[in-house]
Design a protein around this ligand. Structure first.
Ligand SMILES: Cc1ncc(COP(=O)(O)O)c(C=O)c1O
Length: 461
């Protein structure tokens, strides 16, 4: 059945959604905006969200890889309510709490690595990545951190300085972060092809960066996403990851991973790190955020105690590790385990990518299909040979998806990648429905049914 229009643009001016937009423009700081088009949501249940006009949309965004357990999962809501009636706030830095101990023990158990670990709590992925910037060089008594082209780690000054994404070009950076090329094999920065390239980017890291730009003995840490999210769902070759880890071991550099997006079941395993044998790859530090508390503000860094214990009261936030987010996180982890959501993510993710690979045969505009679990990137190009990014077309397709009742975002350093990341509870039927809408949106945009004017007011990501 052909997907029907859910949002009628002709009625936009009189809609509640538009009213929200107008007031937003007037009162809300635009430095917060990554607005894609006229959508606004004020209710959600499972894999569906609703706008203020009562229109319902299937959600393929999880609100930026946050709603892994879906919107308003009953058990999360119950945990929040129960905790809200018991204790809403208590500064965790001042007084310990048994729930935080319970959550910490659980995180230590589910994250890779069998040696002694500890847990630090924060409020957002940014403050957790900030810890890496601030504390690792102090601990190691070395001044450099290496992070990668296309990486997104956050917006506090430390995490911003670790970020090498187009959104982090406006402000000055903190010193001490050296960018290295990430292995984007679809758009190789060296113009080579894997595996014939012989891991040129890893050789460049070891032979050039660690010798001529920041000597290995001055490097505290190599910090990376095991799959770059905002960079465009870039999956590095496994042997590149292992090689980077070996470089770390060789030069006594810490290896830390940002699993803010990829963590908590998203990629079909607890963590993207779990795709590697634990003997080959145990990170010294792992950063978590976003889905950890199903949308309540909570982040964590899990890893070697030396860094996290560096000095008493050296890195804390009043609201970090607050009781309600912590209760939500305990419920979230239980749900992922009990409902076997990582397995569902694996199965549904395969379904999505197989379908896109089919569509790729029909639609030239689909340049590349990649991903793990429910973490898929679909890259659109105007020409498969030149790989000219189809950024405007991507934006239009997302707009059309929304009109047809599917909410989804884009990522990528060229803004031309569908960020296909539904809640992990999604069923086969719902997945099929979303895929139908996506195919229709591709057809409609290629047939010129979405004008430039519809998207021109929005900058997107
Ligand atoms: C990989 C990664 N790290 C860190 C962050 C920053 O998290 P937050 O926006 O919660 O501060 C993000 C956000 O998109 C992210 O994708």
């Amino acid at each position: 059945m052909k997907p029907k229009l859910v949002f009628d643009l002709d009625k936009l001016a009189s809609s509640q959604t538009f009213k929200v937009y107008k007031e937003d423009l007037e009162h809300i700081a635009s430095s917060l905006y990554v607005r894609l088009h006229y959508m606004s949501f004020d209710a959600g249940k499972g894999v569906f969200i609703k706008d203020p006009d009562g229109n319902e949309y299937l959600d393929f965004s999880s609100s930026g890889c946050v709603a892994n357990t879906g919107y308003c999962h009953l058990k999360v809501v119950e945990a929040i309510k129960k905790q809200a009636e018991k204790l809403t706030c208590q500064c965790f830095s001042l007084v310990p709490n048994k729930m935080n101990n319970e959550l910490a023990k659980k995180l230590i158990q589910i994250t890779p690595g069998e040696s002694k670990k500890k847990v630090w709590f924060g409020c957002t992925g940014s403050d957790a990545n900030d810890l890496i910037y601030k504390m690792v060089p102090e601990y190691k008594k070395r001044k450099w951190i290496i992070s990668f082209s296309g990486a997104y780690h956050g917006q506090t000054m430390g995490s911003y300085s670790l970020t090498w994404h187009q959104c982090a070009t406006l402000f000055s950076r903190c010193p001490g972060v050296m960018p290295a090329p990430y292995p984007n094999c679809y758009r190789c920065p060296f113009g080579l092809e894997y595996p014939k390239c012989n891991l040129c980017c890893a050789n460049y890291l070891e032979e050039h960066i660690l010798k001529n730009l920041c000597p290995a003995e001055d490097v505290a840490c190599i910090h990376l996403e095991l799959i770059q999210g905002d960079g465009g769902h870039i999956i590095p070759p496994d042997d590149w990851v292992i090689r980077v880890k070996r470089i770390c071991e060789k030069y006594d550099i810490l290896f830390s991973v940002d699993e803010v997006r990829t963590g908590v079941g998203r990629t079909g395993k607890w963590f993207a790190t779990n795709y590697f044998d634990k003997w080959e790859l145990t990170p010294d530090l792992m950063v978590l955020g976003k889905p950890l508390a199903s949308g309540l503000p909570l982040s964590a860094v899990i890893g070697i105690p030396g860094v996290l214990d560096f000095a008493t009261a050296s890195n804390l936030y009043t609201l970090a590790g607050s009781p309600i987010p912590v209760a939500a996180a305990i419920a979230t982890i239980d749900i992922i385990e009990q409902e076997d959501l990582a397995k569902n993510a694996y199965i549904m993710g395969e379904l999505i990518r197989n379908r896109f690979k089919e569509l790729q045969k029909e639609y030239e505009i689909i340049g590349d299909v990649r991903g793990r679990g429910l973490f898929s990137g679909i890259e659109f190009v105007r020409d498969r040979k030149t790989k000219e990014p189809a950024d405007k077309e991507t934006h239009k397709m997302l707009f059309r998806c929304w009109q047809l009742g599917l909410n989804m975002m884009n990522v990528g350093t060229h803004s031309n990648v569908f960020d296909v990341t539904p809640p992990l509870i999604i069923t086969r039927e719902q997945t099929e429905k979303g895929l139908q809408i996506i195919e229709q949106s591709i057809k409609d945009v290629l047939a010129g049914k979405v004008s430039d004017a519809t998207i021109e007011k929005f900058a997107g990501w």
